[in-house]
Design a protein around this ligand. Sequence first.
Ligand SMILES: Cc1cc2nc3c(=O)[nH]c(=O)nc-3n(C[C@H](O)[C@H](O)[C@H](O)COP(=O)(O)O)c2cc1C
Length: 218
Amino acid sequence: MCSNAGYCSGCRKFENNYKSLLRVNLTALTALFQHYLNEEMQMRSVRLPYACCLSTIGLDGFPNARFVSLKEIRDDRFVIAGCMSSRKGAEINASNKVAISFWWPETQRQVRIQGIAHLMPGDIADRYFDERNLDSRIVSAVSNQGAALDDPQALHQAYDQLVQNIGETGYVARPENWGAFAIEPVRIEFLTFSDSRFHDRILFRKEGDQWTEIKLQP
Ligand SMILES: Cc1cc2nc3c(=O)[nH]c(=O)nc-3n(C[C@H](O)[C@H](O)[C@H](O)COP(=O)(O)O)c2cc1C
């Protein structure tokens, strides 16, 4: 029997001291998420562990999914950001029930989070926008994400023009249609993949003000 607490990379599974870690509440859950993310980060040479699949309910009823980057966990909410006038923004406006899903190959974990997306105040979105590299900020400012690209040359000209205007200042104002959402989780499932297919699955659910946990069949 392995004596490691939490995830054991040797056994590639949870050794269940996780219960002592979690008197189940959201703060403990987001701390566990952060712990697992850090473990994945330590084993990976690329930054992509922050990438997650954001699913929304499409205006036409089809589920719609795309990858976005998790900015951070703030006040136990999962923050994502980007252009909000494209499909994701319109869809979240119509229904703020969303899901984000992570797959971390080094640690063989999947995390599924369902929750309610809350638009964050402009000054906080400013901060996320300013943290982005210059190219990303310029492209966000000149491109109308998701609109048909009829004239690529015009887009490149707008890019060059803005580069010129910015000059040495490096300052790009956050476009009005660029914002951030904080996702307040209502369900979080951690799965540790097993070659045997006996995946280790634990679902945490918010019921009223309480979080409950349930082990799931693989
Ligand atoms: C790894 C990765 C990370 C991405 N991160 C973001 C992001 O943080 N925000 C964003 O708006 N789009 C991001 N994108 C682009 C989106 O996948 C998507 O193309 C874009 O948001 C438009 O989606 P929409 O039409 O549903 O609004 C990312 C794409 C990839 C592949």
